[in-house]
Design a protein around this ligand. Sequence first.
Ligand code: 13P
Length: 295
Amino acid sequence: MSLVTLKELLAEPLEVHSAVGGFVTFDYASTEAIIKAAEHTGGKAIIMIPWGLAAGQNKPEEYLRNTLSMIRNSSAPITLHLDHGASFEECMRAIHSGFSSVMYDGSSLPMEENIANTKKVVEAAHACGVSVEGEIGHVGGAEAGALVEGGLTADSSLYTTVEEAVSFAEATGVDALAVAVGTVHGIVRGTPKLDLERLSAIRAAVKIPLVLHGGSGLTDEAFQSAVKHGINKINYFTEMSLATSAAVREFVRHCGEQPVHMMDITNHAYHKLEQLIEKQIRLFRLEEKLQQNLE
Ligand code: 13P
């Protein structure tokens, strides 16, 4: 099945209560875990890389080529998506490297500037057959992955309004729209509260897939409510990374002073990661659960 665009991946009718996970990969093994989880669940997945993570590799072009080759060899439909593209140039470099989808994130800019920049990315990306995600309103927090002790909370003054969502989607022609409705990137303080009324109103007014950033910290019930109220793509990273490192700690502690092979530690940790991703893929496919309950 292999590499597909975000538009193709999210082509299901918007009335179907189902979302696809956007999982941030941090190395080849986590890419493999995402692909295996998609294959085992008979589902699909979005593999996301922020440009800084690719550029920080020893040989960035080779890293992306190899990641693409892993995706192309997969039996599941997978999108390779640039997460939080910071500029037109970054998005173009990602497209040139083979990404099938890019996010241009102008959410901290004034609305007019965000629209103008996003529109430019959309025109160029669509000419290359690549999808674009934009963001209006602002999901703040630790976008660059910083682990803030004690956690962060969402700023409701930056939530997306229905009017902004409608005019942004119409003016830019984006294929998916990230909205701010109560989540925050990174470790969350307390229990995040989603503004479901706002989300429902945006869903009713905007006719393209909606994206929830900052998935970590939400309960299973909150994820399902988000999907039920109109979310189609869920971005997820911090909990993947923390679950993998916690599995390493647990394994090493269990071994005590005994000699241990490195591969046994990594196999254990990435197996835990794969299990977590499988669970999230199934959880996000709410429609399937609703159908099963009816049977
Ligand atoms: P979390 O790290 O909070 O799950 O957010 C990931 C994200 O939104 C990436 O764009």
